[in-house]
Design a protein around this ligand. Structure first.
Ligand SMILES: [Zn+2]
Length: 241
């Protein structure tokens, strides 16, 4: 009998820019059994979002529908025509388009909020080249003098995930079963915006490995806990570097 390990199948929809390839690749190596289920997490996230005040609800996460609405407005320069809360959010956060082929919303990181608009445009053009896989548009738009600065673009912009991508991002940031602060730090490091403390906490609460570890800590026998955590540390070591 062949036993196959179920892996995480990243969400994808051709209309929306996929997560960076490095994240997608890493997800395919994660054992799905050791992670919260996508459905359970999405349900918990849905309940959390529904419980927020109306001011926060619309922009805490973006469903496919509202994401495409904002992404279109941002790339077409029609943010002023968005419904009030989405318009406020897009202009307050300086939302920008990160792709010409698919929906991708970028936000400049706080430190770059007030950068020179011309420099921001150059970095954004590099980000687009990186997302779309090739230089589209006229050669002047490729900014060869900034060539190889795609890392710099990622340092300046964060991307906003579509709601179903949040699960994939949290699996990636939790691949070694790290704590909430590590997950948040990791999300910022890889350039993802809008991942918040409640999201990572609810993810950890649903994690079967972390649940068992927590139970182990409460159990009386420390020797057993040691054995259990050693057993569960093994998958982390198989993560490719
Ligand atoms: Zn865990």
């Amino acid at each position: 009998m062949i036993v196959t390990t179920p892996h995480i199948d990243p969400w994808s929809d051709g209309l929306y820019a996929p997560l960076p390839e490095a994240i997608i690749q890493s997800l395919r190596t994660v054992n799905a059994i050791e992670m919260p289920g996508r459905h359970a997490f999405d349900e918990a996230l849905g309940r959390f979002v529904a419980g927020l005040s109306s001011e926060l609800r619309e922009t805490a996460t973006f469903t496919e529908e509202s994401y495409s609405e904002v992404a279109r407005a941002v790339s077409e320069g029609t943010v002023a025509e968005l419904p009030p809360k989405l318009r406020m959010w897009a202009s307050c956060h300086h939302a920008r388009a990160g792709s010409r082929k698919s929906y991708l919303i970028l936000l400049p990181r706080d430190a770059f909020y007030n950068m020179n608009p011309a420099d921001e445009e150059k970095l954004r053009a590099n980000y687009i080249v990186q997302t779309d896989g090739e230089a589209s548009g006229s050669p002047a738009e490729q900014y060869p003098e900034n060539g190889g600065n795609s890392l710099e673009s990622v340092a300046v912009f964060e991307r906003v995930p579509v709601q179903p991508q949040i699960y994939d991002i949290l699996v990636f940031t939790h691949r070694n079963h790290g704590v909430a602060s590590t997950m948040l730090f990791e999300a910022r490091r890889i350039g993802i915006a809008t991942i918040t403390w409640p999201m990572v906490e609810m993810f950890i609460r649903l994690c079967p490995i972390c649940k068992m570890r927590a139970k182990g800590r409460h159990a009386a026998a420390p020797a057993e806990e040691e054995a259990a955590s050693a057993a569960f540390r093994a998958p982390a070591l198989s993560t490719p570097r």
